[in-house]
Design a protein around this ligand. Structure first.
Ligand SMILES: NC(=O)c1ccc[n+]([C@@H]2O[C@H](COP(=O)([O-])OP(=O)(O)OC[C@H]3O[C@@H](n4cnc5c(N)ncnc54)[C@H](O)[C@@H]3O)[C@@H](O)[C@H]2O)c1
Length: 263
């Protein structure tokens, strides 16, 4: 019997990875971790300046990409295959927490009855359709290449349990979680694994305003492990799900939340 070491480093070295949302806290952390493990990483984000900066930090390449543009998603994947010969790994971290009405553009808390049509459509367009655009493009390339692959999607505990004032986010993430399971089922025969990571509260630009706001304290109980998460907590788990150590795992969600769901 041959035992896999299960160590991400030994299995990611020759791999080519695309990370979306890579200018943000979690995506940036994941991209840096994968690059440190030896993967060739392409960082994508709609924030051109941020993604250039993030790529420079990890010695990788950057591309500007709005995930709501399906043709652009396909073009980015095609350009990666043209340049590197393959796309083995995808991490989809692009997302938005809220799309509030115009009279309170910075409010991250939008109860469903206060959500306007434009904001609702935007939440689904970015968080759900954006995921579909990216995963479909990557999946087509992986299946066509015939060498298998692995994808990890950042969902949320909100995909299975309502978060107060974040209904549209939760609905979109629940759709994304089902996209992961459906695609895992469809792509398993091609050796392409699709899993989700559902973070708890992770310290990033997305959560900084609420972590800095004492009025939000009731929503922010510390998890059983006694601290909020950091991007590196998520990056390690993502690397595991991309690597050979998880070769028999697909269609699953791993909760990286300091014990909230079991506590
Ligand atoms: N931080 C947390 O506590 C937490 C918890 C659960 C889930 N998540 C999920 O993890 C992922 C990363 O979160 P984060 O905390 O790093 O957030 P972040 O705001 O720091 O980063 C998100 C990134 O996505 C990019 N983005 C947004 N819309 C885009 C679009 N249309 N096209 C391309 N890029 C786009 C942003 O520019 C940003 O760089 C998100 O999907 C988020 O929903 C985060």
């Amino acid at each position: 019997m041959t035992w896999s070491t299960g160590i991400a480093e030994s299995t990611l070295k020759t791999r080519v990875a695309l990370v979306t949302g890579a200018a943000g806290g979690i995506g940036r952390g994941i991209a840096a971790h994968l690059a440190a493990l030896g993967a060739t990483v392409v960082l994508a984000d709609r924030d051109r300046r941020g993604v250039d900066e993030a790529a420079a930090e990890s010695g990788s390449t950057a591309v500007a990409l709005d995930v709501t543009d399906s043709a652009a998603c396909a073009a980015v994947v095609e350009s990666i295959v043209a340049e590197h010969g393959q796309l083995d790994l995808l991490v989809h971290a692009a997302g938005i927490l809220a799309a509030p009405p115009p009279d309170r553009p910075d409010d991250p808390i939008v109860p469903l009855l206060e959500q306007d049509d434009t904001g609702w459509a935007r939440m689904l367009e970015v968080n759900l359709t954006g995921g579909f655009n990216v995963l479909r493009a990557a999946g087509r390339a992986m299946v066509a290449a015939g060498g298998g692959g692995a994808m990890v999607v950042l969902t949320s505990g909100g995909a299975v349990r309502p978060l107060p004032g974040r209904g549209a986010y939760c609905v979109a993430k629940a759709g994304l979680a089902m996209l992961v399971k459906s695609l895992a089922d469809e792509l398993a025969p091609a050796g392409v694994r699709v899993n989700a990571v559902a973070p708890g509260i992770i310290e990033t630009p997305m959560t900084a305003p609420m972590l800095a706001n004492p009025e939000r304290a009731p929503l922010l109980a510390l998890p059983p492990l006694g601290r909020f998460g950091r991007p590196e907590d998520v990056a390690d788990v993502v690397a595991f799900l991309l690597g050979q150590g998880s070769a028999y795992v697909t269609g699953k969600t791993l909760y990286v939340d300091g014990g909230v769901f079991s506590g």
